[in-house]
Design a protein around this ligand. Sequence first.
Ligand SMILES: Nc1ncnc2c1ncn2[C@@H]1O[C@H](COP(=O)(O)OP(=O)(O)O)[C@@H](O)[C@H]1O
Ligand SMILES: [Mg+2]
Length: 577
Amino acid sequence: MNRKLFKSIREYKKQSIMTPVLVILEVFMEVLIPLLMANIIDIGIQDGNLGYIIEMGLILVVMAMLALVFGGLAGKTGAMAAAGYAKNLRHDIFYKIQNFSFGNIDHFSTSSLVTRLTTDISNIQMAYMMTIRLLVRAPIMIVLSLVMTMTINRQIALLLLITVPILGGLLIFIAKKAHPHFIQVFDEYDILNNTVQENVNAARVVKAYVRADHENEKFRKISEVIYRLFTKAEKIVAWNSPVMQFTMYIVVLCMVFIGGRSIIFETMETGELTSVIVYAIQILSSLMMVSFVFVLIMIAEASTDRILEVLNEVPEMEDGAEAIDAVPNGDIDFENVDFSYSGKDGNLSLKNVNLHIKSGQMIGIIGGTGSAKSTLVQLIPRLYDVTKGSVKVGGIDVRNYKLETLRDQVSMVLQKNVLFTGSIYDNIRWGDENATNEEVQKVCRLAQADGFIQEFPAKYNTMIVEGGNNVSGGQKQRLCIARALLKKPKVLILDDSTSAVDTRTDALIRQAFRQEIPDTTKIIIAQRISSVEDADMIIVMENGEINGIGTSEELLKTNAIYREIYESQVKGGTENE
Ligand SMILES: Nc1ncnc2c1ncn2[C@@H]1O[C@H](COP(=O)(O)OP(=O)(O)O)[C@@H](O)[C@H]1O
Ligand SMILES: [Mg+2]
């Protein structure tokens, strides 16, 4: 296991230390009990000394009870330590993920993050509990039992001394053989979770495309692979038990032979033989436990690596000590910006972009899908960092702002947006949790959402279900715009956020923007010419580059791409509603 992870034990250190201490006490009791038994048989019974039998019997009962109490307490503190450790670890990972930038998130799939937060942590929790309980217990039990055996019969002690490393080696060999199969199982779990997650998320799409059979088949195949891998691994581990049994019988046989001779030659008593057999069984079962824990630890080792990947991921963006916490105005400047999603040597998604936008302007961006419209605007709230050049807001490089300040002042409605489970009030207040009901209603009027909200029986208290599936696409978009407006941003970016809104409402939203938030810079990405036509400036994107900038009138004269889009939409009269 790993030191870095152990930091998460924190307040559960006490239980983590108490557990092995209690286990050791328990082991002491358990080792003494057979000795007392031997004495009762050899001294009490053989001499017919009832007083001695009762006295020893009472001590034996007390010790057995103590063993029970220590064992029980160890179980409790062990469970607390392991569960607490897992809880802290889960928190640490969760907080770490919250600090991830978009770039960091791109490195992990959602389902693999979920597996790490659930299955992997459970593995570590299990292994940790077994380590502080069984892994402490087994060696002490083995050593003490050997010592006790040694005081009774040296030959038998020697026999056990030889058996322990051989059997131990054999059991660990079996565990090592099974290990790679277990590791494979966990990799397959990732794929399984991914399939389930995609499928559940996209349940409606799957149904609409009648792809259920295909998805079932995909799921069946992965389940089958996991089944086969697990069987393979378990088949190997299953050897543990017969190997163990076989050794046990051989050892007991040898012991009875050696012990029988010793009794005949009167170097050992019957009761002593009984206790030696008990010690032998304790030693062998401890070995069995060690091999069991060994498998668990190896599984946890793989989980540890996967968790460390998350914890060691370097957050791409962290506030510097002198980060600026106020955005002076809504000016936006791109200076010689190159951008690649995969770092310095990757393919450039944006090439040499230069752009100057004045505070309060309304800017339209138009261009084919994949022309890097979204990529361009994502650099403004610093969802990603530029690869070369600089992006400035209010005349200051975005990298010099506190991230929170920048993202509060540059409000962006993402192309793939979501609403959360909760009332409309709750959802809009994501923009500003302290906003009053009146403020929420005001932004909803601005975003032309008030009208349809008023028609819901519960109005603003209407519950949105997960993902916002109980409102239409256009309604969802307007709620998302309202949410962004609530921040009273200096820059507002709408990434294709009115695509499902009818043209008339779309125009009303833009008109409201002009009247109500004249000082806010507004950037509108759209597929429809009518959404950008009246902008102060329109940017035409093509293949990661700015193909043309100007007003609609200017672009009609100078820009072929704009003219083509314009003509296909306006002339043909096919403007979609
Ligand atoms: N998270 C991402 N990781 C890697 N490549 C991406 C990512 N998002 C977009 N791209 C790529 O960047 C290019 C521009 O995409 P995008 O800006 O979304 O285009 P648009 O918004 O104009 O449709 C596309 O080639 C796309 O494949
Ligand atoms: Mg896009």
